[in-house]
Design a protein around this ligand. Structure first.
Ligand SMILES: [Zn+2]
Length: 162
């Protein structure tokens, strides 16, 4: 089997929906956007889903670790250093489950930062579908180097219609 399919028409482990892959990618990304509404962070709300074998195996949104106050910003409206990013929450949630993120797809409303890109690579996630481009492209560049498949879907103005 060729290492990479130009068009995602054939079903394989990381494209289980075959021809309908992009349609499902958009719907999962839209679900991640809805999920981001759970975040109590004021500056930015980010949502993530991890999907494997047509099942959502984890979810996350940005926020403080379990047991900490539900406030992301300090008195100067600066994000606290211990706030976890949505994808870090989703990946660590898998670690507490009986599931594995090997060969899974991560849906994330905002492009991953460098720290989260490292976690994505180590978790065995093979595809990342994202929307808003983070101003710093370092995370995306690292994912490219690790040969992780990337799909950018533009929310544009029609966030609810993708
Ligand atoms: Zn991050």
């Amino acid at each position: 089997m060729p290492a990479k399919q130009k068009r995602m028409t054939k079903k394989d482990a990381i494209h289980p929906y075959g021809e309908k892959q992009e349609q499902f990618d958009r719907r999962y990304l839209r679900m991640a956007a809805v999920w981001s509404e759970n975040s109590y962070c004021q500056r930015r709300k980010v949502g993530a889903l991890i999907v494997k074998d047509k099942m959502i195996i984890s979810d996350g949104y940005n926020g403080t670790p379990a047991g900490f106050e539900n406030v992301c910003e300090d008195e100067n409206n600066v994000t606290k250093p211990y706030v976890l990013h949505a994808e870090a929450n989703a990946i660590t949630k898998v670690a507490r489950s009986n599931n594995s993120s090997e060969n899974a797809t991560l849906y994330i409303t905002d492009s991953p930062c460098m720290e989260c890109a490292k976690l994505i690579i180590q978790s065995g996630i093979r595809r990342v579908v994202y929307s808003n481009q983070y101003r710093n492209p370092d995370g995306i560049e690292l994912l490219k180097r690790a040969d992780i498949e990337l799909l950018y879907i533009d929310f544009g103005e029609k966030k609810n219609e993708i």
